[in-house]
Write a protein that binds this ligand. Sequence first.
Ligand code: UDX
Length: 440
Amino acid sequence: MKVGVIGGGYVGLVSASCFAKLGFNTMILENDKRKINKIQRAISPIYEDQLDSLLKLTIIQNGNLSITNDRDLFFKNSDIIFICLPTPSQSNGEIDLNYILKELMELGKLISKSNKFKFIIIKSSVVPGSTSGIIKSTLEVYSNKKVGFDFGLGVNPEFLMEGQAINNFFNPDRIVIGTLDQKTKTVLSKLYESFNCPKLFVTLDEAEMIKYVSNSFLATKISFINQIANLSENFNINMDNIVDGIGTDKRISKQFLRSGLGFGGSCFPKDVLALYNLSKQYDSTISILKKTLEINNYQPLRVVKLLKNQFDLKNKNISLLGLSFKPGTDDIREAPSLKIVKELIKYDCNISVYDPAHKNTKLPSHQYLHICESIEEVLNNSDAAILVTEWDEFKSLEPVNFSNMNNKLIIDGRRILDPNIYHNSNVKLITIGNSRINSS
Ligand code: UDX
């Protein structure tokens, strides 16, 4: 069974290299020539743990993985084709299916000329009803053939977390397989037969819904705990104890209950918004999701509010420790750091940022924004530091590391610094969700 993956982005590249490691001959179809060139040399165009070595293994050593921009060659080489194209948010919050539909028109034309039974599997996040509706009809119209009789169609959502994507691929909690026809069900079962986890065989709509509900539920868990943390600051409460107390109840679990600056990234904000919009269209508004997003937008602004309680922010030097939306990635999409920067700029603050994944990034320079190459540099002459991303490098920081600051004030937006070490030091630490036990 030969695997084809359309789209060499985050999900496509990780999935393709993992299928290749499993022993499948795998080809990626990609139109960005610079990306192709890098991947052919086994250099990952994205920052992802273990991906470089996986590309070395699959492209150079065993040759199981290849990449091309030649659609005919790709089609000939692939029995089962995964669609891993982006579905960005549109200005009205709905997802944009155009990248997928354009590709499906081309695939449909190729299917019309082929006498081989191909399987088209949607891995991109698409809202319920998309695959059984416009995706199926586009393929059938452009191929002039029928799903289930001439080609197969399925939905197989991904649950890959950036920074841990390869580990997530090989050790999934479950594999969700949405199909219409028996042949697609059989071929996907075969593809994943070496995996030991539960495999859920569901309808196309159900598979799509599972993806959106998973991400929306996790995002809502984060917004919920963030509001609890905000309230808890009024009491002598350490949120770690609250999470231990509730998370040991297996029905709740401790995961995705880290309070702080809220969620970012390419999935949670987009998926919550898309599910909310879908629910409105069907007059079944999931109003809790609107709150999930509102709370999440507020959390980064709250940090700036905490700073404003300390001093007049006008023209102050503020340092950000972290830029990426979470550790282990250089991805800044929807990152809380961006919301903080935007807010600080309103007060004409001079902002310095250090992030281990962005040491050499040439971000567009801004009058107020300076990218630093070390912790020491970012803290120099600073009036306050905000810890934005919980990189390991920041976890071991001690009061002495802040000695070159102008005013030794730290706001720990990720609750990773130990307030006990700061107690009785000359560094004032304010930890989100912990204010009564803050040191000063
Ligand atoms: C997510 C989903 O987890 C994954 O299954 C999906 O398919 C893609 O989207 P990812 O965006 O890589 O993965 O990041 P994740 O680790 O889930 O974190 C998302 C955001 O939530 C991050 O900004 C993170 O900092 C934040 N978060 C996470 C919290 O604020 N608290 C938590 O307890 C957990």
